[in-house]
Design a protein around this ligand. Structure first.
Ligand code: NAI
Length: 331
């Protein structure tokens, strides 16, 4: 039995968490959940959206499954997600985007893995109001963070039989910051002669991705471009409802979907739990419960292929609960 920290989040978080924990239990996963609440609801009682107990729990258990947490836009507290990644030094954000049979999209040959730097760039949160009409955000790129994220990308490529790593930047404009990122990428690439290495500017990447996504394999990006491009890639394979993710550091790993708390569909039994379920499947593999992971994966893909119990975001009419039961039936 492995103890794993579980953050049910807010918005649609608790609904999809309920679905995923039910499926994992039915499949026979050997997990004891250490449930830790975080986010808006916790501020009133504990004074912070991310109390220390959450960090301590993940430090102790080393692995967490996390549903989305709301961050107020343009005001209020800093993102719980960003704070968690910083506190645990979860420096790599891994987001595989691959077509799933049964989900109709414009392309059927997408298989891109996004490796996003997770600790710095504009997400360092260094902002100030210079005067009433001017605000400033500072973009931090360091040699240490750039080297380790590119190394993570190449290591991933080697271990997962990938052929190409493409470093993404805007080094024509941000000559110093993105220039440093690119120099680090070139330095690391030399150590991996077996993997092809290419570079691309982020604007061109976006255009190429929506025309010929099959030309890309592993993409490594600084934080902000990684955030934006991973949503774009999620759209290529069927949307946020199926986009999984993981934040991995040397001491801990937090598995979570790419999407947010979707307040527009909160409490309506409409949310698609697939992204969180795929994240949980990766988590099961990470903690060496591979058999259960594969069993769930098969049931999930079968359910999607059968296509008669899909949620609204995938063109179906089923509720979260009906979709969950269909997966359980296929286990
Ligand atoms: P969002 O990802 O929550 O929603 C974007 C659109 O996709 C909405 O129309 C939503 O209904 C739909 N959607 C998202 N997930 C879905 C699912 N599982 N099933 C069906 N439809 C789904 O992005 P938005 O609206 O920009 O952000 C809402 C909140 O979430 C914000 O406070 C944001 O800061 C937070 N957020 C949290 C993240 C995290 O906890 N890791 C990541 C991204 C955003």
């Amino acid at each position: 039995m492995k103890t794993v920290t579980l953050i049910p989040g807010d918005g649609i978080g608790p609904e999809i968490t309920n679905s995923v924990t039910t499926i994992l239990k039915e499949a026979g996963a050997q997990i004891e959940w250490d449930i830790q609440t975080a986010g808006t609801d916790v501020i009133e009682t504990e004074g912070s959206p991310l109390p220390d107990r959450v960090i301590e729990s993940i430090k102790k258990n080393k692995v967490a499954l996390k549903a989305p947490v709301t961050t107020p836009i343009g005001k209020g507290f800093r993102s719980v997600n960003v704070a968690l990644r910083k506190a645990l030094d979860l420096y790599s954000n891994l987001r595989p985007c691959k077509n799933i049979e049964g989900i109709k999209t414009r392309f059927d040959n997408v298989d891109v893995v996004i490796v996003r730097e997770n600790t710095e760039d504009l997400y360092a949160g260094i902002e100030r109001q210079i005067d009433e009409d001017t605000a400033e955000s500072i973009k931090i790129i360091t040699r240490k963070a750039s080297l380790r994220i590119v190394e993570f990308a190449f290591d991933y490529a080697v271990k997962n039989n990938r052929k190409l790593v493409t470093a993404v930047s805007k080094a024509n404009i941000c000559k110093l910051s993105d220039g440093l990122f690119l120099n680090c990428a070139r330095e690391v690439a030399e150590k991996y002669p077996q993997i092809e290495y290419k570079e691309i500017l982020v604007d061109n990447l976006c255009m190429q991705l929506v025309q010929k996504p099959e030309q890309f394999d592993v993409l490594v990006l600084p934080n902000l471009y990684g955030d934006i491009v991973s949503d774009l890639c999620a759209g290529l394979v069927g949307g946020l409802g199926i986009a999984q993710g993981a934040n991995i550091g040397l001491e801990a790993a937090v598995f979570e979907p790419v999407h947010g708390s979707a307040p527009d569909i909160k409490g309506q039994n409409k949310a698609n739990p697939t992204a969180l379920l795929l994240s949980a499947i990766e988590m099961l593999k990470y903690i060496n419960q591979r058999d259960v992971a594969e069993k769930i994966e098969k049931a999930l893909f079968k359910t999607i292929k059968e296509s008669d119990s899909l949620t609204c975001d995938l063109g179906g009419t089923s509720t979260t609960e009906e979709y969950t039961q269909a997966i359980i039936k296929n286990l």
